[in-house]
Design a protein. Structure first.
Length: 563
């Protein structure tokens, strides 16, 4: 039985356990796919409210991240100062991936879940508090030492990341300011994992909102005194807010009183011993960490190659990538919500259910990202002009960034598919090294192509290398999923993705041709937001693409139930 509970109000947590059931987006020949059970109307309303609030905070954090980037562009433009800050920002980007989004969560959520189950069984002393006391102090000391080492070795780090940087001293001082994120992101990731294990989703969803508020406020207040160092100080301040926004909920859960049971007074084991092996599962954690490091290392390779180019190259790449990847972030929210369903189906041995869910997620995510890709390709100059052309960010920066963004957009479907495909791989109970090996191969392709392309084509060659490397990674993951975890119909999925790509190409081309004919970037972009999805939808119908109408029909049914 699917269950979900939500408490939404001042200080309330969001509790969400099961996403909606699967829907078939393209039919199989000769058979009708089942749709899975429907949720009761009341459950659908509760699920919708919980998911809506979580999604709203996530989107708000992303939009504020865009405001943050606009503020950086306005205050510092695209030159040697912004390049120096972005090199220093590489440290928080790596720390975020490892300590918040991937490795920390995958190892701690199971550990806390196990401790909570023993708490519910009446184990004494409290397994949850025992787990925290056994792990959090050690983690704090380890991360503090790592942050201290980074502060002391900042000059070496900058020389490794960007040996040809025009302002290395400025990058070193910014790196020392951002080094604190190794500690604060680690603690924030720890609190997020603990809260999610407690089915408390609201505070973890708010962390990037708090993070970006800290960066923006600090930059606005201190930029006239500290220059670009104010942005680095803002990163440090924002990372501290990430901890503070979760701490009250974490402390509240630590104070929860337990109802003792007379039977099984120790929960079948020692107070902490049975919960800690999940933290020590290096064989399970290592493939995840390696995959995350290889994926994030694409940014390192780009900035390393761009450091030898004229000042501003790193900044142009950064702005282009941040805007281009917004459709990918939105598309992967679908897979993030449905990941527990895939994991549960794999754990239960329900291969057909897992296959339907994964196939649907891939096509749905592709629809979202390809519509966004068509808009990015067709209206790149208008997008960058509306978002960034002000202050120190001039017309020449707009033209270069827009051109780079169009090249980046060629790899957006690959980025989306990698994010969607890796989830079922890591839903298996045994360690799987295939995603890490494939991601390492993709990184090697990016490095080799970028090294050959950077001299003749500059930033465009670097962006193209990113697109080639991530696309090859997606192809290898898609072809390898069926034989290792979930037996998806690769030909059917590939055919659906191919039709969607053709439809997106048509929409993007028409947008590119018509965009200059409309006066004013804002009006042109506004009309493009209507034109591109319309052309895409018509093209999908003409090409007999995925059965999106079936998805819309189910959505309409659920909406009527909710009412």
């Amino acid at each position: 039985m699917n269950e979900a509970t939500a408490g939404i109000g001042p200080g309330a947590d969001i509790r969400l356990t099961v996403p909606p059931p699967a829907v078939v987006l393209y039919p199989s020949k000769g058979r009708q796919e089942p749709h899975g059970p429907q949720e009761p109307p009341r459950l659908g309303r509760v699920l919708a409210r919980a998911a809506a609030v979580t999604a709203a905070l996530t989107v708000a954090g992303s939009l504020l991240g865009l405001v943050r980037d606009q503020t950086i562009a306005h205050l510092f433009g695209a030159g040697s100062d912004s390049d120096a800050f972005l090199v220093a920002w590489t440290v928080p980007e790596m720390a975020s991936t490892l300590l918040i989004e991937d490795a920390m969560a995958l190892v701690l959520v199971p550990a806390f879940s196990h401790a909570l189950a023993r708490r519910a069984a009446g184990a004494s002393p409290d397994p949850v508090r025992g787990l925290v006391s056994a792990t959090l102090p050690r983690l704090f000391v380890l991360l503090s030492c790592a942050a201290g080492a980074l502060i002391l070795g900042a000059q070496v780090v900058v020389e490794l990341l960007a040996p040809g940087l025009a302002s290395p001293e400025l990058a070193v001082s910014c790196t020392r300011l951002t080094a604190i994120t190794v500690l604060t992101f680690g603690i924030s990731g720890y609190l997020s994992a603990a809260l999610r294990a407690h089915r408390s989703y609201l505070p973890p969803a708010a962390i990037y909102l708090a993070y970006n508020v800290g960066i923006i406020v600090t930059m606005v207040v201190l930029h006239s005194l500290w220059g670009v160092r104010a942005a680095a100080a803002g990163v440090a301040a924002g990372s501290m807010l990430m901890v503070l926004v979760q701490l009250p909920a974490f402390m509240r859960h630590m104070r929860v009183k337990r109802r003792r049971r007379k039977s099984r007074p120790h929960g079948g084991g020692g107070p902490v011993g049975t919960a800690r092996p999940a933290l020590l599962g290096l064989g399970v954690l290592a493939p995840v960490v390696l995959f995350a490091v290889c994926r994030q290392s694409q940014v390192l390779i780009e900035r390393f190659l761009a450091s030898s180019l004229p000042a501003g190259a790193i900044s142009h790449l950064n702005y282009a990538q941040k805007v281009a990847q917004m459709p990918m972030v939105l598309s992967l929210m679908i897979c993030t919500v449905t990941f527990p369903v895939v994991a549960q189906a794999v754990a239960d041995g329900d291969e057909d259910r897992a296959r339907r869910r994964v196939e649907q997620d891939l096509v749905l995510a592709a629809v979202v990202v390809l519509v966004g890709t068509a808009l990015v390709v067709g209206y790149a100059p208008q997008l960058i002009e509306v978002l960034f052309q002000r202050g120190a960010f001039g017309a020449e920066d707009v033209a270069t960034t827009a051109s780079v963004m169009r090249v980046y957009a060629l790899g957006l479907l690959g980025h989306c598919l990698v994010g969607a495909l890796v989830r079922p791989f890591f839903s298996a109970s045994r360690p799987i090294w295939y995603p890490a090996a494939v991601m390492a191969a993709g990184l090697l392709i990016t490095t080799v192509v970028g090294a050959f392309a950077v001299q003749p084509w500059g930033v465009y060659g670097i962006a193209a290398a990113n697109a080639v490397g991530i696309t090859m990674t997606a192809v290898l993951l898609l072809s390898g999923l069926g034989s290792r975890v979930v037996s998806i119909r690769v030909r059917g999925v590939t055919a659906a993705l191919g039709r969607l790509t053709v439809a997106a190409t048509a929409a993007g081309a028409i947008g590119w041709l018509l965009a200059p004919l409309v006066p004013g970037p804002l009006l042109s972009l506004g009309l493009g937001c209507l034109l591109v999805p319309g052309v895409f939808a018509v093209s999908v119908l003409v090409l007999r693409g995925p059965n999106v109408a079936e998805l819309l029909d189910l959505t309409n049914q659920r909406f009527r139930h909710a009412r």
